[in-house]
Design a protein around this ligand. Structure first.
Ligand SMILES: [Zn+2]
Length: 259
């Protein structure tokens, strides 16, 4: 039986290639079927968000090249949060591209230290809430939205397509999958306050295009199937609010249940 994700899509195969595509303007999807990676292209090089697992890096590279870009032109590598499925390939991407690795404080220690099957990687810049990453006219803002990890990062930035400008938001993750849960979490005692902070921050944000580290979280495949129909299916200003409401309901229920 398939477990359906938040947007009714099955989680997909994390290590299966997915045809890369343009989401809007200079923003492209270069991830696998189940693990999202994003490329923001500029005349001065590119920004990549999420290296995924080391074994997925060749798929990301192939996706970038299939779009007609050079992988070595990736100048900055960012991440949604320091869990292996989004960040274990960080070192390999850095080795292949010499990209500057920028990670939110709290997650930077994890990237530097690595884990079994996850090579340690130097961090060139430690980010804090509200920091801005700039390259070739692209400006991305890092929002600290902790809880899922201590440095979980939501990215916002504008993209321009023809006469239209869209605000993009790539949420970090609000899933509660810490092995010690919310109540009495000895490994992460401030986890509840951190999730509360994430919700406060996210409630203050709006976007035209809502994205996330897994395609299932924003119904990627269904949208790709609708891309030929005319209006860009990724542009939906109501979607992020719905996602936030659904996640917060789960969070409040877990708090009330004390687990
Ligand atoms: Zn995660």
């Amino acid at each position: 039986m398939l477990t359906l994700g938040l947007a009714g899509q099955d989680p997909g195969d994390w290590h299966q290639a997915f045809p890369p595509f343009r989401i809007a303007g200079n923003l492209y999807y270069v991830g696998t079927d189940g693990l999202a990676s994003y490329l923001i292209t500029t005349a001065e090089g590119h920004i990549l968000i999420n290296a995924s697992y080391e074994r997925d890096v060749p798929l990301i590279r192939a996706a970038v090249e299939k779009l007609g870009f050079q992988f070595r032109d990736v100048k900055i590598l960012l991440t949604s949060h320091a869990h292996a499925d989004h960040a274990a390939g960080t070192r390999l991407v850095k080795d292949l591209t010499a990209a500057k690795v920028m990670v939110m404080a709290g997650d930077d220690v994890v990237v530097r230290k690595g884990e079994p099957g996850w090579k340690p990687c130097p961090v060139d810049r430690v980010l804090k809430d509200g920091d801005v990453v700039k390259l070739g006219g692209a400006t991305l803002t890092a929002h600290l939205t902790p809880g899922h990890t201590k440095g979980a990062t939501t990215w916002t930035f504008p993209v321009t397509e023809g006469a239209n400008s869209y605000s993009v938001l790539i949420v970090s993750s609000l899933t509660i999958n810490h092995p010690q849960g919310l109540a009495h979490n000895r490994a992460y005692p401030e986890i509840v306050q951190d999730y509360e902070r994430a919700y406060r921050t996210l409630h203050g944000l709006r976007c035209d295009i809502f994205l996330a580290p897994h395609g299932e979280q924003f119904g990627m495949r269904a949208k790709v199937a609708r891309m030929k129909d005319g209006a860009n299916p990724f542009v939906n200003p109501a979607e992020f609010g719905r996602y936030l409401g659904d996640q917060e309901k789960i969070f409040r229920a877990r708090l009330a249940a004390g687990n």
